[in-house]
Design a protein around this ligand. Structure first.
Ligand SMILES: *Cc1c(COP(=O)(O)O)cnc(C)c1O
Length: 431
């Protein structure tokens, strides 16, 4: 009779691995997308945009169809598609009427584009710390980061859970600021019956390969503001060439780009959107099974969900209490990895990237920070975001739900591996 895997020695010390076979890769693309793409290719019209003021300024039939479908789905007045969510973030910052040197408060615990979108308009990212429970911007830290130069808040619905958007909006309204939501990782997550990403002045989602639904590359901007929507459309498609004929009088930030998403991608997007609810539901099922399996493991905190919210689980985030376990995260990470758990540690502390540490973005002379447009010395030193820094250095562990399509059996094997490691915790004590 063979032992239960839990009774075997840790794989780290030469015992059998709990998880031998690989996991199935997440893949949301099926015959529907193939047929939709084929139809566009056969039509010969792969993009119908024109960068001047004609009906084709808004793109071709699939762009229109996808945007209208997204408006209905997310319950917003305007959707503007773009060729990446990085493009979407840049367009959003431009559209809210930023001036060079204005400050935008942003989370350090996010993908780099949340902050570089700000720099693209010569505005200054100011990092505020995050909540230890949701990893999203902490409204208290945001309020204390507001300066006379603050113009906006970039909230990030990180890992699939909404930021505390109601509270951030109230702070913003009190101080006359705009709020942008980077919900790249949270399409389909809910806040009191509404979609995460739709609750601020402008928000949206990424359609890159790793996200819940994708078109290879792409992004979806959502807003209920008519003026912001028009400015997004202009920035997306060569604004400076269009404003004259369109009769646009507000020329601020009407430097356009080519941020246009093509017909093939939009045709695929239409099919992907139809699957979003089910794809998110499948992840939630896997995550809930994982959470109940990990319940009771000392010093390990599974994801926290704010009342009224749902989590879309781009990533399944956990927090480890090194002090209580008296074992370092690095050691636990190694042990879990050796058992075959697809475990991650650390995420991002953007303020610690070389660009912010050396304050060098444009050219070699430290623009914009050394320029007169930057009105004060913005602090990016280690220590300004203690919650995010501690997570990065000591306590954060994750499972990338975006990478694999976990079956119930997969989740159960992961749970077994955690229990095995926790059962042998004392053998992991750092030498
Ligand atoms: C993926 C992602 C982006 C960038 O999206 P792209 O479509 O890859 O440009 C921005 N912010 C966050 C939080 C993301 O996860």
């Amino acid at each position: 009779m063979s032992n239960s895997p839990i009774d075997e020695p840790l794989a780290l010390f030469g015992g059998p691995k709990t998880i031998e076979s690989p996991f199935k890769r997440y893949n949301s693309i099926g015959p529907e997308e193939v047929a939709a793409a084929k139809q566009v290719v056969e039509s010969g019209v792969l993009s119908q945009y024109l960068g001047c003021w004609t009906p084709d300024f808004y793109g071709g039939p699939k762009v229109q169809e996808f945007e209208r479908a997204c408006e209905a789905y997310f319950g917003v007045k305007h959707v503007v598609t773009v060729n990446s969510w990085t493009s979407g973030l840049i367009a959003a910052i431009g559209a809210i009427g930023i001036e060079p040197g204005d400050e935008v408060i942003v989370s350090p615990w996010t993908m780099c584009a949340s902050a570089t979108a700000i720099l693209h308009w010569n505005a200054i990212p100011v990092f505020a710390d995050i909540e230890s429970e949701t990893f999203c911007l902490d409204p208290v830290a945001v309020e204390s980061a507001i300066s006379p130069y603050t113009k906006a808040i970039m909230a990030v619905d990180i890992f699939g859970h909404s930021a505390n958007t109601d509270v951030l909006m109230a702070i913003a309204r009190k101080h006359g600021l705009k709020v942008i939501t980077d919900a790249a990782q949270a399409p389909g997550a809910m806040v009191k019956g509404e979609y995460a990403g739709t609750l601020s002045d402008v928000g949206g989602y990424s359609l890159n390969f790793h996200k819940h639904i994708h078109t290879g590359e792409g992004g979806i901007l959502v807003t209920n503001d008519d003026e912001i929507a028009e400015r997004l459309q202009l920035i997306r498609n060569h604004a400076e060439a269009v404003v004259g004929d369109k009769g646009v009088t507000n020329l601020s930030n009407m430097i356009g780009y080519n941020f246009r998403l093509g017909e093939i991608e939009c045709a695929i997007g239409i099919e992907q959107l139809k699957k979003l609810k089910e794809l998110v539901g499948t992840r939630q099922h896997a995550a809930e099974r994982l959470t109940s399996g990990l319940h009771g493991l000392a010093g390990l905190r599974p994801p926290v969900i704010r009342p009224g919210c749902t989590h879309a689980y781009y990533i399944y985030p956990m927090v480890l209490d090194e002090g209580l376990l008296r074992v370092s995260r690095g050691r636990i990470y190694e042990a879990l990895q050796a058992e075959g758990v697809p475990i991650g540690k650390g995420y991002q502390n953007l303020h610690l990237l070389p660009m912010y540490q050396q304050k060098m973005a444009y050219g070699t002379k430290g623009f914009p920070w050394t320029s007169e447009i930057c009105k004060r010395d913005v602090d990016y030193r280690k220590g300004i975001c203690p919650v995010a820094e501690k997570l990065q250095d000591h306590s954060y562990l994750s499972i990338g739900m975006c990478v694999y399509d976990f079956s119930n059996e997969d989740i159960d094997r992961i749970v077994t591996a955690f229990h095995k490691v926790w059962g042998r915790m004392s053998s992991l004590v750092d030498k």
